[in-house]
Design a protein around this ligand. Structure first.
Ligand SMILES: C[S@@+](CC[C@H](N)C(=O)[O-])C[C@H]1O[C@@H](n2cnc3c(N)ncnc32)[C@H](O)[C@@H]1O
Length: 415
């Protein structure tokens, strides 16, 4: 099974998306082995900086000179030793047997044996930047930002939150069932769920895997983070007709249709739009879908409201897709910021109110994109109790570690 984990890590390193790669490779192995492979792959992606710190400590070669299969095999072994309590002799033996060539095997064997004999002292809290960067595996640029903006204590909480498996939330499809009925159905399927206190029609999964549920296949719910469900509720307060111009795979568009809005949904990607159609069909909602580049809106009419769930760095979902931590750089944030502003500028003439949403809280993708635009306070009348957001100007941000949600930002722009 370690071979499958290594293959997944190599594919992700070449640009793959962790969930997609795992979905495909896990299908080929017995169900009982899947949690082990998932844990190693996601663990290595989350803790990469921490694992590399230990490898660098014992390696005579620079890490960027190591072959991908060698460094990833080492990361897997160290993750197992540090987090999974696999017997050490088994980890060394299995890791060495993953590699071909006596040089590679001797190199990996040497590093692992040195680590097991001597251990590594990780940086402590007295050096906050090193501590966050290596001990808690936060990219250095991000650690600097967190320290600057929040201080060590909050940065530490965020790092722990983003290094843990994400909570799973369900959006109850009000067209087909109610939260109470769905809770009963899921309970009979062996799952434990509980209502979210502040957000209606939202259930939090406590135990069990909703992806295996029959109720999912019949469209009784959609798996969607609480922060995305909030985006849907905000949009629903802004009008009864909406154009969702970055809609695939249709999470927010289907939510709005369930609530009763007339929804037009477009996306630049045809394959992703097809996924949306599958979701719309399963959920039993009618949505007008079309392929379009939001930078060149193919519209004649003006909409009372446009939802822009913009392409973004996804830094706010690094607990679900930890590979983004190592791909995104401040330069990439600037590029994304330009794209987001380009999309907003192009659609502004076609909407009265524009809800701009991103699953990131980076300055470039939020505050900088809003610079110079006419904005208004985001309405939150749907909330059944006070949600611990914070605001910068009129932009609303989630508090992921407090809310146990994705990191997300919402802005209301007026044309
Ligand atoms: C964050 S995802 C949208 C998620 C979706 N709203 C949901 O709730 O399921 C961003 C989407 O924007 C699309 N996209 C990227 N560039 C675009 C463009 N120029 N015009 C339209 N869609 C674009 C991507 O294909 C992707 O599906």
């Amino acid at each position: 099974m370690r071979r499958v984990a290594l293959r997944a890590l190599l594919e992700i390193e070449r640009g793959g998306n962790s969930s997609q790669v795992l979905d495909r490779l896990l299908n080929r192995i017995p169900p009982g082995e899947r949690p082990f492979v998932t844990e190693i792959v996601m663990g290595v992606l989350r803790w990469r900086n921490r694992l590399d710190y230990a490898i660098a400590y014992f390696s005579k070669k620079r890490l960027d000179r190591l072959e991908p299969q060698v460094i990833n095999a080492l990361r897997m072994a160290l993750y197992e030793v540090q987090n999974m309590h696999t017997p050490e002799y088994a980890v060394v033996k299995e890791t060495v047997s993953l590699l071909r060539g006596s040089w590679r095997r001797a190199f990996v064997n040497g590093i692992l044996r040195n680590y097991l004999r001597e251990g590594v002292r990780y940086p402590g809290r007295d050096n906050p930047l090193m501590y966050l960067t290596y001990t808690l595996s936060v990219p250095e640029w991000k650690a600097l930002r967190w320290l600057d903006e929040y201080g060590l204590e909050k940065a530490e909480k965020l790092a722990h939150f983003y290094n843990s498996p994400p909570p799973i939330y369900l959006r109850v499809n009000r067209r087909k069932t109610s939260p109470e009925k769905l809770m009963g159905i899921l309970q009979r399927e062996g799952m434990v769920v509980e209502p979210c206190s502040c957000v209606p029609f939202c259930l939090k999964v406590i135990e069990g895997n909703p992806r295996n549920s029959r109720a999912l296949k019949t469209g009784m719910f959609y798996i969607q983070d609480i922060a995305s469900q909030i985006a849907g509720f905000i949009a629903a307060e802004l009008g009864t007709k909406v154009w969702d111009c970055c809609a695939a795979p249709g999470g927010k568009a289907s939510h709005l249709a369930e609530i009763g809005l007339k929804v037009f949904a477009s996306d630049i990607s045809l394959p992703r739009l097809r996924l949306s159609h599958d979701n719309f069909k399963r959920l039993g909602v009618k949505i007008y879908g079309f392929v379009a580049d939001a930078k060149k809106p193919p519209l004649k009419e003006r909409f009372p409201m446009i939802l822009v769930d913009a392409p973004c760095s996804s830094m706010g979902i690094a607990h679900r897709a930890p590979e983004v931590k190592w791909r995104i750089t401040p330069e990439k944030l600037k590029e994304l910021s330009r794209l987001q502003r380009e999309i907003l500028n192009a659609i502004l003439p076609y909407g009265e109110k524009i809800l701009y949403v991103v699953c990131t809280r980076e300055r470039e993708e939020t505050v900088d994109v809003m610079d110079g635009l006419k904005t208004e306070r985001v309405p939150l009348n749907f909330a059944q109790c006070e949600i611990p957001f914070f605001r910068k100007g009129e932009i609303l941000f989630t508090e992921p570690a407090l809310m146990k949600s994705d990191g997300m930002a919402y802005s209301l722009v007026l044309s």
